[in-house]
Design a protein around this ligand. Structure first.
Ligand code: TXE
Length: 481
């Protein structure tokens, strides 16, 4: 049984109440471990440890801090196999994906910010002619809160923790209660790396209990959150009146726009991934596919034929799709598939629970393609967050831009074309934080990451993250000439 513990002041410990939650394996539908159900008292303990640790952590030299973060990255690499196995079991994602994407990215997050912190500089502004110079220092905020979701557990957890620590803050962090195991393993690696006690504290439990205690804590001055838009709005409601700094990375309903002049085989290959990677549970998945009418019939045939060949099965086998995160989430996705058909959508493939004989109780779903005739129908407007995509044709640039921008979200967009001018026109006009042309999920960690509209507030990545996790302080010196 995987027994997860809180990590507070350098030690692994139970919640003060002793209360525990079951941890269910999505691939089998069986309970396979448990985690602490933490509350205000545990968060208070974690906060106090972080507050004490801040006094010395903020004074560590950049070299020391960088070396510690790099050491954690090395340990993640050394434990790749163990972490990938744990991530796959905990989330239902294919082991191959955990091994090639999730865990390598977790170590990249630490290594990237280990380097970035040594390059992040303060600014000076000379007020020419006024005998004045301004130094803009960047100080850590203090104790900050990081809350992450279940779809890319260690990947997103470390994407927040690494820059927060790099900037000199101490952290109270909470992973999703649905996928707590790799955060527990990270705590062990931090102990091994020699991270001073209290610098990172990990508190497990539900959003309503442990998460709420973090966002409502009066002295946790910044919250970095990734998750659903409704939760993000709730966090803003609680945290904004307390004047906390907020970074909210929320949902997406991303368009994938395909023109006839694209590199067709490459587009088809990557569109399969952008539709169904991680069972479609990535906020960047392209769930609305718009295809230029001249190639629509061909695309429909080729795409559906490739989708029906995708292998769904136990995540530790050679499969393309594992299980979705929970029974409730699978039901939510199935409800959307019904709704699509009620609203005139045509099911082209999939649409059902997938039959996986080894694990009849696991949360499997067939990859599903629905042809829709109205870009405003609910399945084309609301985030489903599962292995479901819609397709529909378009006739002109103006029409597809209008359809692409018609949703409340604005996280990412993909465009397939060989026309450079068109890619610039779309880049300018698409309402999203990220536009990919002839590629998908292609990330340089120095670039800003985040969305517009209901997809969030603020940007992560590179110096944007280090700016978020620091307060600028301007010191203005007037001197006698
Ligand atoms: O996420 P939640 P859920 C979308 C996706 C999904 C929907 C709901 O559409 O179907 O959101 O998923 C913590 N105070 N995304 O409900 O609740 C929670 O414990 C503080 C998109 O599983 O947003 C977890 O650690 N924290 C997304 C984290 O918030 C709270 C990834 C995210 O969970 C809290 C996941 C509270 N009151 C879902 N309530 C993306 N952007 O990638 C919950 N939490």
């Amino acid at each position: 049984m995987a027994q997860v513990l809180n990590y507070i002041n350098g030690t692994l410990q139970h919640a003060l109440s002793g209360e525990r939650l079951d941890n269910i394996e999505p691939a089998t539908g069986q309970i396979y471990g448990s985690l602490p159900q933490s509350s205000d008292n545990d968060v208070a303990l974690a906060f106090q440890a972080a507050k004490n640790a801040f006094i010395t952590w903020r004074q560590t030299t950049l070299e020391q801090r960088s070396a510690l973060l790099a050491r954690i990255a090395d340990l993640i690499d050394e434990n790749l196999e163990r972490l990938a196995q744990a991530e796959s079991k905990d989330s239902g994602k294919p082991l191959s994906l955990a091994k090639t994407i999730d865990i390598p990215r977790a170590s990249s997050n630490f290594r990237f910010f280990a380097h970035a912190l040594t390059q992040f500089s303060s600014e000076a502004h000379e007020s020419v002619g006024q005998n004045t110079i301004n130094f803009t220092l960047r100080h850590p905020i203090g104790v900050v809160g990081c809350i992450s979701p279940w779809n890319l557990p260690l990947y997103l957890f470390t994407w927040k923790i690494a820059p927060a620590l790099a900037a000199g803050n101490t952290v109270v962090a909470k992973p999703s209660e649905l996928t707590p195991v790799t955060a527990h393993l990270l705590a062990e690696l931090c102990q091994q790396a020699g991270l001073p006690a209290g610098v990172l504290n990990i508190v497990h439990g539900t959003g309503a209990s442990a998460g709420q205690a973090i966002i409502a804590h009066p002295e946790i001055k910044a919250i970095s959150f990734t998750g659903g838009t409704a939760t993000g709005a709730h966090i803003a409601k609680v945290a904004a009146p307390m004047l906390k700094k907020l970074s909210l990375e929320l949902g997406g309903k991303n368009p994938n726009i395909i023109f006839a002049d694209c590199d067709y085989p490459r587009m088809l290959e990557i569109t399969l991934k952008s539709s169904f990677a991680n069972q479609g549970q990535i906020c960047l998945c392209g769930s609305r596919i718009f295809v230029e009418r001249s190639i629509y019939a061909k695309f429909k045939e080729d795409f559906v034929s490739r989708v029906t060949q995708l292998r769904v099965g136990p995540p530790n086998h050679e499969v393309d799709l594992g299980a979705v995160i929970s029974k409730e989430h699978r039901q939510k996705i199935l409800n959307y598939i019904d709704l699509a058909q009620n609203q005139g959508g045509l099911l082209l493939c999939g649409g059902n629970k997938a039959d996986v004989p080894q694990h009849p109780e696991g949360y499997y779903l067939e990859p599903t393609v629905i042809e829709v005739n109205d870009h405003l129908c609910r399945v084309n407007q609301e985030e489903i967050f599962g292995p479901v995509v819609t397709i529909m044709p378009f006739d002109s640039e103006a029409q597809v831009i209008e359809m692409a921008n018609s949703v409340p979200y604005g996280l990412s967009a993909s465009l397939w074309t060989s026309d450079l001018d068109r890619s610039m026109r779309f880049g300018q006009q698409l309402e999203s934080g990220i536009v990919w042309v002839n590629t998908w999920l292609n990330r340089d960690l120095r670039t800003p990451f985040g969305g517009v509209k209901a997809s969030g507030v603020g940007r992560e990545g590179g110096f944007e993250a280090l700016r978020f996790f620091t307060e600028p302080k301007n010191i203005c010196i007037s001197y006698k000439p």
